[in-house]
Design a protein around this ligand. Sequence first.
Ligand SMILES: [Zn+2]
Length: 138
Amino acid sequence: MEKSELQKLTDNKSERIACELSKGKSAVWTHFAHVAVDGTAVPFVKCVKCSSVLQWKSRDGTSGLHSHVEYCKSRAPQRKITSLSGFASVIQTPKLPSSVKSDVANVMVRWCAKDIRFLKSLHYLTYLTFLNISSRLS
Ligand SMILES: [Zn+2]
């Protein structure tokens, strides 16, 4: 059976698919289950976390599985903001009178001057907003 077909069956939670937790000694086996189709074991395993099907035979060892675990962990569930320009286009700054804008900027600047830890403790997103506002004002 092709991997893509198997993945489809798995995604559809087909009754033809059975998953069995591995008895393998490696810790990596807490992340994967062996897959059987129509009661017959196939050379595939399923990631418990993301339900991805991976081709796997016992002679392959577990290194490929380990790399999937790392990959799986690195995939953050939330959307990542990769650039300031991308961020600025998402956040639509409301049309505020410029006096209000400068007030906000002044408050933030004073905050920063008062306590430098402000920048470190503040959520990065808010920090970017601050940069955004400042650049619009200047
Ligand atoms: Zn996964």
